[in-house]
Design a protein around this ligand. Structure first.
Ligand code: 5GP
Length: 118
């Protein structure tokens, strides 16, 4: 099910570079290669989970807590905890999930408008 050759698995193994923002026991955060806003960071758990659905159902409680602590820490580091940000997790085909390793996009640094295009 989990593809160990996905791009974020390679980043986690240090096989390809990333612009690292933050790292903890449970998560790594790095800049998105195609940023959609002045702040666009991806937070990924270190464990092998395909998507939010997989992570929510199968990750140990400590890993889930550690992951969301990392999301909050990154938002604080980047100052968007004060100005506002959007956290997006795409799961599966209808959400156009591109990389099959669970990740949360932290997007901010400008007014983001409505949740989805009309
Ligand atoms: P998804 O659609 O899976 O939620 O989003 C995947 C994100 O990963 C996209 O925003 C894309 O720009 C980003 N991405 C894809 N390949 C790479 C890469 O090699 N490095 C980095 N930093 N981001 C990537």
């Amino acid at each position: 099910m989990y593809d160990r050759n996905n791009i974020f698995a390679k980043i986690l193994r240090g096989e390809i570079p990333c612009k690292k923002i933050y790292e903890s026991e449970h998560a790594l955060a790095f800049e998105d290669i195609h940023p959609k806003a002045p702040v666009h960071v991806l937070v990924v758990p270190k464990g092998e989970y395909v998507s939010l659905q997989d992570f929510s159902l199968h990750a140990p409680t400590a890993a889930v807590k550690g992951f969301f602590d990392a999301v909050a820490a990154v938002a604080k580091m980047l100052g968007v905890d004060k100005t506002g940000y959007r956290a997006i997790a795409n799961h599966g085909a209808d959400a156009s999930q591109e990389v099959p390793h669970f990740h949360v996009h932290i997007i901010g640094g400008r007014k983001l408008g409505k949740l989805l295009p009309e």
